[in-house]
Design a protein around this ligand. Structure first.
Ligand code: 4AD
Ligand code: MG
Length: 422
């Protein structure tokens, strides 16, 4: 609402957010997709039937209101509408969500809770982050592609696969588009995709979903250092787009946009070895070969304000397709990008192994059936090139950017081990 509208007549359509009445006046706050607006309905200013409707309209009733815009310092936003007509479109039964509700109840009523201002703000910020990413990819010559979701390969952890009956065979829901993106670089060189990925994670943690949105890129002629450059530029562009478009929403969620605006390349790079030394100094019981879990990642980043790359992990901690690090063959040429303030891993990426003999060896060690990977190994036979890529968990970045306590709030309908309803 702007000052220039004061004194003009407008129509708004929306849902009753709050309402109270006293002595011939109904004070309603109406919300629509963009925000909330105070409305006063005076008995003398509207037809009798309209006043009756306004008096009866409960929370979440849908309404169409006409009236004059006036300044009012006490109103949210500083303006109100003085109604000249009030039309009740869809009445609402007593709304089951009131002010203080348990997390469980809000999850059971997720189809209604997504109307909340918090969920509205998070969805807008997520949209802005995604659009920032798409714009960055487009400006930098990447092509968006559509890899399959039903697949026969298990690039990541085979213990977290969702199996499905696929006609008379077994197939899996995709954990990552990576192998398909790898195949597409031989045609398009620089590709990306945004798809759902599925992980049958049995652990209940505040950072794991069974279904999440995965933003992945793959590029020919790019080494691990180049891969990190793409990540830091992409993440910065996403953040800056969200700041430009969604500062009010960020502030509503108690995230200071200025902190995100300051995030720019280059991000800090820390070798896995250095990370271990740092954690040992902090008194954590870790040694070379220990994985970085939520606790370790939090310790590494809780005092940081910009993301940190941890590079060159021991091979036994990472999947088979990564490129061996010639400087220390116990490790890979890979990186995890950790969000600051203790939020932990948001991206996993690496240069890819191009040596088929090494890939075969590692697949056999894993006990994988080589039939499913024949096509993947073909990619190294016909004009192999150095290449790299990464995957960014959209809900992970949203959790950080929106300062959420739990990743389930970064998606309208979270899928976890405990829940497929609603
Ligand atoms: O580290 P991950 O497992 O790496 C891959 O899948 C690679 N194949 C990606 C690639 O190189 N194309 O997953 C990538 C990212 C993680 O950094 C994290 O942000 C997110 O996906 N992620 C999850 N997000 C929510 N819930 C889960 N269960 C997730 N598992 C991974
Ligand atoms: Mg990872």
């Amino acid at each position: 609402m702007s000052k220039s509208l004061v004194g003009t007549k407008i129509q708004i359509r929306g849902w009753i957010w709050r309402t109270r009445s006293s002595g011939g006046i109904v004070f309603a706050v109406v919300r629509d997709a963009t925000g909330v607006m105070q409305v006063t309905v005076k008995k003398d200013n509207v037809p009798d039937a309209d006043f009756e409707a306004a008096s009866k309209a409960g929370i979440e009733s849908s309404v169409v209101i006409e009236g004059e815009v006036a300044e009012d310092k006490r109103a949210p936003g500083g303006f109100e509408i003085r109604a000249t007509s009030f039309q009740l479109v869809g009445s609402s039964e007593a709304f089951p969500i009131t002010e203080y509700q348990s997390t469980e109840l809000l999850l059971d009523l997720r189809h209604l809770w997504i109307r909340s201002r918090e969920q509205n703000a998070i969805s807008r910020i997520k949209d802005s982050l995604i659009r920032g990413a798409r714009e960055w990819f487009h400006e930098n010559g990447y092509i968006e592609v559509n890899p399959p979701i039903i697949t026969g390969v298990a690039p990541e952890d085979s213990t977290t696969l969702f199996q499905l009956k696929y006609f008379d065979r077994i197939a899996y829901l995709s954990q990552t588009a990576q192998f398909y993106l790898e195949s597409l670089i031989y045609s398009l060189e620089k590709v990306y995709s945004l798809t759902p990925s599925f992980r049958a994670e049995k652990s209940r943690t505040p950072r794991h979903l069974a279904e999440y949105w995965h933003l992945e890129m793959e590029a020919a002629w790019v080494d691990n250092e180049g891969n990190m450059k793409v990540q830091e530029e992409l993440v910065s562009a996403m953040l800056h787009n969200a700041v430009a478009e969604c500062s009010p929403e960020l502030k509503f969620l108690k995230r200071d946009p200025a902190i995100l605006q300051k995030i720019e390349p280059p991000f800090e790079r820390m070798k896995y070895d250095e990370a271990m030394e740092y954690l040992q100094k902090k008194g954590l019981e870790v040694s070379w070969g220990s994985d970085l879990g939520a606790i370790e990642e939090r310790e590494l980043t809780k005092d940081k304000t910009i993301p940190v790359f941890v590079v060159n992990y021991p091979k036994e901690l990472k999947p088979f397709y990564m490129k061996e690090n010639p400087e220390d063959p116990r490790t890979y040429k890979n990186s995890d990008l950790l969000a600051p303030e203790g939020f932990g891993e948001i991206i996993g990426g690496s240069e890819r192994e191009t040596d088929n003999a090494l890939l075969l060896e590692r697949l056999q060690e894993k006990g994988e059936s080589l039939d499913s990977y024949k096509w993947y190994l073909d990619l190294r036979k016909y004009g192999s090139v150095p290449h790299s890529g990464f995957g960014l968990g959209m809900e992970r970045i949203v959790t950080w950017v929106c300062k959420l306590e739990h990743i389930r709030d970064a998606i309208p309908y979270p899928r976890t081990v405990a829940r497929v309803y609603p």
